[in-house]
Ligand binder design. Structure first.
Ligand SMILES: Cc1cc2nc3c(=O)[nH]c(=O)nc-3n(C[C@H](O)[C@H](O)[C@H](O)COP(=O)(O)OP(=O)(O)OC[C@H]3O[C@@H](n4cnc5c(N)ncnc54)[C@H](O)[C@@H]3O)c2cc1C
Length: 897
C-alpha cells in the first residue's frame, strides 16, 4: 500500500469518543448514549468478539451483594491487598455500585448464579469476604452487551467503527479534543474530533514474553498491547503504580488461568508436589504470587491445582465451566497431553508480567468519576488505576466515565480544527514502516523487546538490571524506526510495538524510582528487599513533562474513610504532590537515559455447500423474526441452529416463540441450540411462554431445561415439578429437586432422597438443609446411605438441621475410612454446639487429611464465645496446611476483637 496523503485524512466527529469496545468501553458508550450524547465507539478488533470478555467470564470476582458482604469490608480488603497504597474513594465506587451493575447486566440478559430461592449464590473463594458470584452462562456476556448496543435506540446514538485503531489522543491547550487513528483494513488515516474522550483499551498484556515464547500466547487478551497507557502518557496524563506489575498463576504451558477460584468452591485447591497447601495470604495479592513463585522454585515444587480427588460428577460440572468459558481450548489442551482431571492434577506456573489495574494496581491515574489529570480525558477498566477492579469494576468505571463525560457536553464547544502538528506526528508514527518494507518485521522486533522485558524488568528487580533495561529500550527506538510493513494489518502491529516499548520504559523507570520492595512479587527489589513506609507510603505517579522527559511525583495516600488496623498511619492529611527524581542509571553517565525519546519515532474457503446460506444468514443486520423465518425452517439443521443463534443474539420482537418452538425440532443439535438460547435469555424471557408445553419432550435435555427455566422464571407448577421428580432421566430429576427447593416442598424431597441416582440423593440432602423445615429424619436415614458421597452430604447437612441426638452418628463418622465422610462429619458437628462438639473437633484437628482439619477449624470458628473452641483453634495456628493455619488465625483474631 502507499502512504496516504495527510490531505486525504478522513474526519469523524462526535460528542463522546470511546476508544476500545471491550468491557468498560461498551458500558461507557451505553451510558453516554442513554444520557443523550452522540457517541463514536472505536474498536481495533470487532466489538462483538473483542476484549477480555470475548470468550466469556465464569464469574464476578468482586461482587459486593447486599446481605452477603459489606462495601466497607471490601474496601478494607483491597486496602490490605495493596499494602495501603490506594485511593479508597475509587474502590468504594466499585463496592457500592457493583450490585446495581449486576442488576443492569441482568436486564441485558446476563445470568448470575442464584440459589433455589432466587438469591444470588455468592461464593467464598478467599479466606475473607464472599465476593465471587458465578455466571453459569458467562460465555455469552459479550453477546448480551452487543445485543444491547445494536438495539435501535442505541444504534441511533452510538456509531460503532470496528477495525479502527487510534494511536494518539489529540489535545488542544491541554484538553482532550479527539484522536488520530488508522483504519486497519483500508489503511486510511482518520482524525476524530470529540468533546470528551474515554480510554478503555484494557491492560498492557503484551509486556513480558510468555514462557511458551508465543507473542500472542499471553494471559491477557493479546490485542491489548498497552495502547491506552501510551496514549494517556503522550497526552500528558499521569499514570500511577506502574512498578506494581500484574503476575498471575496459570496453567503451565497453556496461556489460560488455572481458575483456582472456580475450582475452589467445588473442592479444588493449590498444592505443592508433596500435596500440601502452601498459600498463606488471605486475598489475591502480590504477596500470594510471591508465595506461589517461591514454592515453584523450592524443593517442594512444582505446584498443582488439585482436583483429582473430586467425585466424577463434580469434575463433569467443573469441565462444563472450565472447558467452555474464558478459554474454550482448555479441554483440548489437556486431552492432547493425555491428561484428565480424574487422574491428573493440573500443573501450574506464573504468567509473564503485564500492566493491569484489574488484577493488580498499575494504571492511568483517575478519580472516583474516572477523570484523568487531562481535562476531557477519562480512563476506565483495566487501564485505570483502581486496584483489583476486575470485570465488574470495569463496567462500573465505564458507566461513571460515560455519565460524567455526557454531563459536561453542554458547556463545551465542538472542536473545529484539530492540531495539525499532532496529526502529522501520528501519521508518521503509523506509516513510517511503509517506507522500508523490507526492514525487520514486527514479530522479530517485538520478540526481542519483550525478551529484554523478561531479562531485565521482571522481578526480582535490581537497579543494575533496570538500568540496562532503560538503556536497551532507549536503543531499541532505532529498531522500531527501522521496522518494515506492507499492509494495514502490519502497520497496526508495528504501532503496537511502539506502545509496548513505551510501557516497558515506564515499567523500568518506575521500578527504579521506587527504592523499596512492596506488593510481594509485583515490586520485589532484590537489592532493596525491605518495605520503606517512611519514604514510600506514597503513590508513585509519572507523566510526560513539557520538555518531553518522563518525570515522577509522589502523591500522598488520601485519608482513609474505612479504617484498616495496621495501615491507618499510612495516609497523610497533606495531599500535596512531591516531585521525586529517578535515580541515576547504574553503569552509565548520570541521566543519560532519562530523556524520553519515543516522540522521535517519527515516524475462506467454504467448507461445504451449506456455508453460503449460513453466510447470508450471518450477514443479516439485526434481522426480525419474519426475515429469519425461512432460515428457521431450512431443511438443513445447521442452518436452523445458526438461525437460532442469530435470533438469540439479536432478540427481535417475538424472539421467544421460535426459540421455544425449536425445542420440538427433529434434530438434537437444533434442540440443543434452542436450549442454549433460552438459557442465555432466561432473564429477559417474557413471563408467559409455552415452555411448559415441552415438559414432556422425548429429549431429556429439553425436559431438564424446561424445569430449570420454569423454576428461574417462577412460573412452574408444583405438579409439573413433582412429575419431573420421577422422570426417567436423572438430569431432569436433579433440576426437579432444585425446583422443589424453591417451593419449600420438603415432603417431595423426602422421596428424592430415595432416588437410585446418587447425584439426585446428594441434591436432595443439600436441598433439605437449604429449606430448613423438617427433613432431619430423612437426612439421618441418608447418613447410612450405601454411597459414601451421599453419606458425606447428609452429615454436612445435619449441621443445619440436626441436633444433639445426632452426636453419636457424627462422632462415629469422624473415624470413617473415607475422608469425604470425615469432612462431612466435621462440618455437621456444627449442629451440636461447642460444649459437645469442641472435643471431637479438637481430635479432628489431628486428622491426616488437611480438608478434615480445615472443616474442623471452620466449624470451631462459628463459636467465638466458647473457651473450648478457642483452645482448640490455638493448636491449629501452627498446622502444616496453610488454609488450616490461616482460618484458625483469623478466627482467633476475630474472637480477640
Ligand atoms: C483470562 C482472564 C480471566 C478473567 N476472569 C475474570 C473473572 O472470572 N471474573 C472477573 O470479574 N474478572 C475476570 N477477568 C478480568 C476482567 O475480564 C477484566 O478486568 C475486564 O474485562 C477488563 O475490561 P476492559 O474494558 O478494561 O478491557 P477489555 O474488555 O479487554 O477491552 C479492551 C478493548 O480495547 C480494544 N483496544 C485495545 N487497544 C485499542 C486501540 N488502540 N484502539 C481501539 N481499540 C483498542 C481491545 O481490542 C478490547 O476490545 C479476567 C481477565 C482475563 C484476561
Amino acid at each position: 500500500m502507499n502512504i496516504p496523503d495527510l490531505d486525504d485524512t478522513v474526519r469523524l466527529d462526535c460528542d463522546v469518543l470511546v476508544i476500545g469496545g471491550g468491557t468498560a468501553g461498551t458500558m461507557a458508550a451505553l451510558t453516554a448514549a442513554e444520557a443523550g450524547a452522540n457517541v463514536l465507539l472505536l474498536e481495533k478488533a470487532h466489538v462483538r468478539h473483542s476484549g477480555a470478555l470475548a470468550m466469556g467470564m465464569d464469574g464476578v470476582n468482586n461482587a459486593v451483594i447486599p446481605g452477603k458482604a459489606e462495601p466497607e469490608d471490601y474496601v478494607a480488603e483491597i486496602t490490605r491487598a495493596n499494602d495501603g497504597i490506594v485511593n479508597q474513594r475509587t474502590i468504594y465506587q466499585t463496592a457500592t455500585r457493583g450490585f446495581a451493575m449486576v442488576q443492569r447486566l441482568e436486564r441485558y440478559g446476563v445470568k448470575f448464579e442464584k440459589d433455589a430461592y432466587g438469591e444470588y449464590a455468592v461464593r467464598r473463594v478467599h479466606r475473607s469476604g464472599s465476593y465471587v458470584l458465578p455466571m453459569p452462562e458467562g460465555k455469552d456476556v459479550k453477546k448480551a452487551l452487543y445485543r444491547v448496543l445494536r438495539q435501535r435506540t442505541m444504534r441511533e446514538r452510538i456509531r460503532i467503527e470496528n477495525r479502527l485503531m487510534p494511536v494518539r489522543v489529540l489535545t488542544d491547550n491541554g484538553r482532550a479534543v479527539g484522536a488520530a487513528a488508522l483504519n486497519t483494513r483500508t489503511g486510511e488515516f482518520v482524525a476524530v474530533g470529540a468533546k470528551a474522550v474515554i480510554l478503555a483499551t484494557g491492560p498492557c498484556g503484551r509486556l513480558g514474553l510468555p514462557a511458551s515464547g508465543y507473542l500472542y500466547g499471553t494471559y491477557e487478551n493479546p490485542t491489548n498491547a498497552g495502547d491506552g497507557y501510551a496514549m494517556a502518557y503522550h497526552a500528558g496524563a499521569e499514570l500511577s503504580g506502574i512498578e506494581c506489575f500484574q503476575i498471575n498463576p496459570l496453567i503451565k504451558d497453556y496461556n489460560g488461568p488455572a481458575c483456582a477460584y472456580v475450582a475452589n468452591p467445588f473442592g479444588g485447591y493449590q498444592v505443592n508436589a508433596l500435596g500440601e497447601r502452601f498459600v498463606d495470604s488471605d486475598y489475591w495479592s502480590g504477596q500470594m504470587m510471591a508465595e506461589v513463585k517461591q514454592e515453584i522454585e523450592s524443593a517442594r515444587g512444582p505446584i498443582y491445582l488439585k482436583v483429582s480427588h473430586l467425585p466424577g460428577e463434580t469434575l463433569d460440572a467443573l469441565e462444563g465451566i472450565l472447558h467452555t468459558t474464558e478459554r474454550p481450548t482448555r479441554g483440548t489442551f489437556h486431552a492432547n497431553r493425555g491428561h484428565d482431571y480424574r487422574t491428573h492434577d493440573i500443573e501450574m506456573h506464573i504468567s509473564e508480567i503485564g500492566l493491569c489495574s484489574g488484577h493488580s494496581a498499575s494504571g492511568v491515574w483517575v478519580d472516583e468519576h474516572a477523570r484523568t489529570t487531562v481535562p476531557g480525558l477519562y480512563a476506565a477498566g483495566d487501564l485505570a488505576c483502581v486496584p483489583h477492579n476486575y470485570m465488574i469494576g470495569a463496567f462500573v468505571y465505564g458507566d461513571l466515565a460515560g455519565a460524567h463525560a455526557a454531563g459536561t457536553l453542554d458547556a463545551l464547544p465542538a472542536p473545529a480544527a484539530l492540531p495539525e502538528d499532532q496529526l502529522a506526528a501520528a501519521h508518521e508514527l503509523i506509516y513510517r514502516p511503509l517506507r522500508h518494507p523490507d526492514g525487520p518485521p514486527q514479530q522479530q522486533v517485538e520478540y526481542k523487546l519483550r525478551r529484554f522485558v523478561n531479562d531485565y524488568v521482571a522481578p526480582p528487580k535490581t537497579a543494575t538490571k533496570l538500568s540496562l533495561a532503560i538503556e536497551t529500550f532507549d536503543r531499541m527506538l532505532e529498531d522500531l524506526a527501522g521496522m518494515g510493513a506492507r499492509t494495514p494489518h502490519e502497520l497496526m502491529r508495528c504501532a503496537e510495538v511502539s506502545f509496548i516499548r513505551d510501557c516497558a520504559e515506564m515499567a523500568a523507570r518506575s521500578s527504579l524510582t521506587r527504592t523499596e520492595s512492596r506488593w510481594g512479587l509485583y515490586h520485589e527489589r532484590a537489592d532493596l528487599p525491605e518495605r520503606d513506609d517512611v519514604e514510600w507510603r506514597y503513590h508513585l505517579n509519572l507523566r510526560k513533562s513539557a520538555d518531553g522527559a518522563m518525570e515522577f511525583l509522589k502523591r500522598p495516600v488520601a485519608p482513609y474513610f474505612v479504617p484498616v488496623p495496621g495501615l491507618d498511619e499510612l495516609p497523610s492529611a497533606d495531599t500535596t504532590a512531591i516531585p521525586v527524581a529517578q535515580p541515576d542509571l547504574i553503569g552509565t553517565p548520570p541521566n543519560l537515559g532519562a530523556q524520553v525519546r519515543s516522540d522521535q519515532i517519527s515516524g475462506t474457503v467454504t467448507k461445504d455447500l451449506v456455508a453460503p446460506r449460513i453466510a447470508v444468514l450471518l450477514g443479516l443486520d439485526a434481522p426480525g423474526v419474519g426475515e429469519l423465518a425461512d432460515f428457521l425452517a431450512d431443511p438443513d439443521p445447521r442452518v436452523r441452529a445458526t438461525a437460532l443463534s442469530v435470533l438469540t443474539e439479536n432478540t427481535p420482537d417475538g424472539f421467544a416463540d421460535p426459540l421455544i418452538a425449536a425445542l420440538a425440532d427433529e434434530d438434537a443439535e437444533v434442540r440443543a441450540a434452542a436450549v442454549d438460547g433460552l438459557r442465555e435469555l432466561a432473564e429477559i424471557l417474557p413471563a408467559t411462554t409455552g415452555l411448559a408445553g415441552h415438559a414432556d419432550s422425548p429429549d431429556p435435555v429439553v425436559r431438564a431445561a424446561v424445569v430449570d427455566l420454569l423454576r428461574a422464571l417462577r412460573t412452574g407448577s408444583g405438579e409439573l415439578f413433582a412429575k419431573a421428580a420421577v422422570d426417567a432421566d436423572h438430569r431432569v430429576r436433579i433440576q426437579a429437586v432444585n425446583a422443589l427447593v424453591s417451593l419449600d416442598d420438603w415432603g417431595a424431597l423426602t422421596a428424592a432422597a430415595h432416588d437410585d441416582n446418587r447425584e439426585v440423593r446428594i441434591a436432595a440432602a443439600r436441598g433439605l438443609a437449604t429449606i430448613g423445615l423438617g427433613g432431619a429424619d430423612t437426612l439421618r436415614a441418608l447418613t447410612g446411605d450405601r454411597d459414601p458421597l451421599v453419606r458425606a452430604a447428609a452429615l454436612t447437612a445435619l449441621g443445619r438441621l440436626g441436633d444433639s441426638a445426632d452426636a453419636a452418628t457424627l462422632c462415629a463418622a469422624l473415624s470413617d475410612s473415607a475422608w469425604q465422610i470425615r469432612e462431612g462429619a466435621a462440618r455437621g458437628l456444627a449442629a451440636l454446639g461447642p460444649d459437645e462438639a469442641a472435643a471431637p473437633l479438637s481430635a479432628a484437628l489431628t486428622d491426616i487429611h488437611p480438608d478434615i482439619r480445615k472443616a474442623a477449624v471452620l466449624t470451631l470458628s462459628t463459636w467465638p464465645e466458647s473457651e473450648a473452641a478457642r483452645h482448640a483453634l490455638e493448636t491449629a495456628v501452627t498446622d502444616s496446611d496453610a488454609d488450616v493455619r490461616a482460618y484458625a488465625r483469623r478466627a482467633l483474631a476475630m474472637h480477640a476483637g
